[in-house]
Design a protein around this ligand. Sequence first.
Ligand code: PXL
Length: 275
Amino acid sequence: MSYLPLPPPGATPLRVLTIAGSDSGGGAGIQADMRTMALLGVHACVAVTAVTVQNTLGVKSFHEIPGDVVAGQIEAVVTDIGVQAVKTGMLASSAVIAAVADAWRRLELSVPLVVDPVCASMHGDALLAASALDSLRTQLFPLATLVTPNLDEVRLLVDIEVTDTDTQRSAAKALHALGPRWVLVKGGHLRSSDTSCDLLYDGACCYEFDAPRLSTGNDHGGGDTLAAAIACALTHGLTVPDAVTFGKGWVTECLRAAYPLGGGHGPVSPFFRLT
Ligand code: PXL
């Protein structure tokens, strides 16, 4: 695959702000976002929304950051450093979502916003209060350039069980009606057992993305990594379909390079770029 151009040493890189939770195990969340952004030559700014207490076996608990502190981090970054894209991950609660949406409007942000609607960990531990789903739908989705739900998140957000291409399209349409410019419904292995098929929809056209599905138990942080790579590609001015093509290629390479860690699921890894 071809990569994004790296900044020359000493030159200020493009910047992405990730608004997300910390994973103490280093596999997902902010840590995954920062790894991908660094290895794509993009400077990561961070607004922490929650501190999770977790390892590779699961999330034990989390501490939510107050909404005014999340908004303060966003304001501090965009008024000084400036960013060319924003990505959201774990948002924890409706108070945090409201703070992000308010800050977005108050600061008149108009850069691409990639919303990865993180609801739960791969072990099923809740990372978003059930009562916050409505805030996600009504306050954040209308601001988003792209939302990237997996099938569990689709079920929670629009109550559609995706089982084939037709239901994947219906889900994309229902999600698009909530206001984002583009929707990427990550399909898992719907069309065949050895490909991963995602559907991108902009209200008019559907684009299908098939990539080899790699069976590894070490896929922690895969969704974060995909959305982070898409956000990086958008800073370079790629169109959304081209950015998704890039992100899919990137996460496939990161899955190939995933490594075992602890007693549970290891992380996808961009370290292949260092060799
Ligand atoms: O991969 C989703 C995710 C995002 N953010 C945090 C997480 C997880 C999954 O566990 O812990 C902080």
